[in-house]
Design a protein around this ligand. Sequence first.
Ligand code: FAD
Length: 474
Amino acid sequence: MKEATATPKKIVPKKTPIPEQPPDVRRSNFNEVSLGYTPELAIQEASRCLNCKKPACVEGCPVGVPIPRFIKAIREGNFDGAIAVIKESNLLPAVCGRVCPQENQCEKKCLLGKKFEPVGIGRLERFAADQALANGGLQEPPISLPTGKRVAVVGSGPSGLSCAYELARQGHHVCIYEALHEAGGVLVYGIPEFRLPKSIVYSEIEVLKKMGVEIVTNAVVGKLITIDEIMKEYDACFIGSGAGLPKFMGIDGENLNGVYSANEFLTRVNLMRAYRFPEFDTPVKHGDRVAVFGGGNVAMDAARTALRIGAAEVILVYRRSLLELPARREEVHHAQEEGIQFELCTNPVRILGDDRGQVRAIECVRMDLCELDASGRRSPKPVLGSEFEIPVTIAIVALGTGANPLIAQSAKNLEVSKKLYIVADPETGRTNLEGVYAGGDIVTGSATVISAMGAGRKAAKAMHEYLLQKKTRN
Ligand code: FAD
């Protein structure tokens, strides 16, 4: 155990800066942007924590990580102790430390944040997890004796992984069915390498495998096996199939060559390594000028990915102002530093093609922001006669996703909403079908990694109780 090198004498108002790749270097590589704290920087940041008696930060964390305890361990130089504390409630600390919107969760509630910058809880979580990975990997937790109960999990995104983790811990046998060729859900097919290296996700999934969780990839539930068939073979089932069905705008020109949904674009480049074509046999168009429609994390990821595969200019088209951009502030800041151009208060109305059916431009209209709408944001209204063209060769639509209908079709009596999201109790994940639970984006619509994990965890608790009182199958 290392000795603590810093003790809080007076409050340091700002977070300890985190080393990053310079923007002009990173805009053309896929290496991680943020390099993480050194032990010295981590101890310095941990020393800013007030160690509150009633820690509001824990309330802000959807999986209830005992934040002050792990920060105290870092402050004392006890990095193994820190990761052990985090792992009590979080299977994916290296992931969450990188991509959780802490500014709206734990850090938003930090008492220090009322007057100064909050403690960099995410940065410290990432540090603790990275230390454990560097020292031989994350350890599997103690596992209860086998219960003889079998559980199927549909989808290997954060909700499915955390549900599987909790159930395996309780001694149940868990098998995950994943439609894609790799496990991890959005963590591997959506979030790019420069924000979340895949090796990190694989290491965390390795823990599950060591715990005995089976992962069957290339297994599309609804095609290969239905939920009804699963329920004949297993004692219970958790559906965490996400909301990966891309939405389009319904404007002219969306069927032109060179128009992608952000999900397809990111999957091709990131998961299927199109940026290493022909080494990887997955082509993707490398546009010189790329337009991305949207203002969320997905739009930011698509824009920054397009830049890295060689676009000379990337223009993000968003119908509201910078104030309303839903992406994480950090991601917006990074995108701006890298040279992404923001066409704000602007909406695409048409995509224009050349005589070969290839995108040549987008037609946009300027938007005025008017009264607040139901979401509490100013509603955008087109400014008559303000139409203009932006010449581009690729257009990427990043306007959200919906539920894939396959699962609902595969379980005839499963209750789903009009938009095909599964109806499940938010506290237990219980659906209307006995033994079938659901959570994550397939219940809530697109949300966050940590909320999906929280849902998986809550469902696992309820499923464990259900399995305990259920007779063992013959
Ligand atoms: P998913 O992660 O979508 O996983 C669902 C899994 O189920 C997938 O692997 C899918 O292939 C599989 N599946 C689907 N149908 C079937 C089937 N029929 N049979 C078998 N398997 C199936 N959140 C953040 O907190 N921070 C971020 O920075 C952030 N950035 C994002 C960037 C992008 C590009 C995207 C797309 C999302 C981002 N999000 C972010 C949102 C976050 O990733 C999701 O909310 C979260 O991954 C949802 O988890 P999930 O387990 O519900 O579903």
